[in-house]
Write a protein of this length. Structure first.
Length: 249
């Protein structure tokens, strides 16, 4: 698999308002069977999902953006742990880095952002098999550091189901599903970086066993991608052991 980070000029809050224009300006000619990774931050900036730091308290923004949250006092770092769009993430994705005096939120509807970007790029580059992922960084319990996560995907099947298939000794697998979308996001985020790299896009090529599709993801497919009921989650005992507070407006 080949991941090509795309360097751009600085994307500035309140000035840059057109994601497709940025994609057209910086992406190379795309080939069939490519995946385009777009950071949630650059997508959010272009959508105006910004709040000036002197206009609101970050904690209140995080609570409003979260589906569920844990109070800051439970965390030695003063970080609010949240669940948003089916992702266990710090601070509801609200970020201050590379924001020029703003809080940057996640895109309002990441799935719609991914679908629109894919439709535009397929038409412009005259290709059929193209995928798009909207990426962000997340932390994993019991591990230092961040990895990538796909908060939306379009144009391919996000999971590879191994349930019922046999391993090399003929034993049937009972639970295993490979998360293709998050694996691609992790590879892209590793190449795009976390600091001053100015590489908000990446093109992923030569992806093994990726199953492209023409239709946008259905609601049913999206529900399969994230575990909507805590009891169905492998980590349910851990998630249920704390008192999550309801977020939202």
């Amino acid at each position: 698999m080949k991941v090509i980070p795309i360097k751009t000029r600085r994307v500035v809050p309140s000035r840059d308002k057109n994601l497709t224009a940025l994609l057209d300006e910086y992406l190379p000619k795309l080939k069939e069977d490519s995946i385009v990774a777009i950071t949630s931050k650059v997508a959010a900036i272009c959508e105006g999902r910004l709040v000036k730091v002197d206009k609101a308290k970050k904690e209140e923004i995080i609570k409003k953006e979260a589906e569920y949250y844990l109070p800051q006092k439970l965390n030695k770092y003063g970080v609010m742990l949240t669940i948003k769009n089916g992702v266990l993430a710090p601070s509801s994705g609200v970020d201050e880095s590379n924001a020029k005096g703003h809080y940057i939120l996640w895109p309002e509807n990441p799935q719609e952002t991914a679908n629109k970007a894919r439709a535009h790029l397929r038409k412009k580059h005259k290709i059929k098999k193209l995928g798009v992922i909207i990426t962000d960084s997340r932390t994993l319990p019991l591990h230092w550091g961040t990895t990538g996560v796909a908060i939306a995907y379009s144009g391919f099947k996000p999971l590879e189901n191994y349930i019922g298939k046999k391993d090399i000794f003929g034993r049937k697998l009972k639970m295993t599903m490979a998360n293709v979308a998050d694996a691609l996001a992790t590879a892209a985020v590793l190449e795009m970086g976390e600091g001053s790299e100015q590489t908000p896009f990446a093109v992923i090529q030569e992806t093994p066993r990726l199953r492209f599709c023409q239709a946008n993801p259905s609601k049913k497919e999206l529900n399969r991608f994230s575990v909507n009921k805590k009891k169905d989650d492998l980590w349910s005992p851990l998630l249920s052991a704390v008192d999550w507070q309801k977020g939202g407006a």
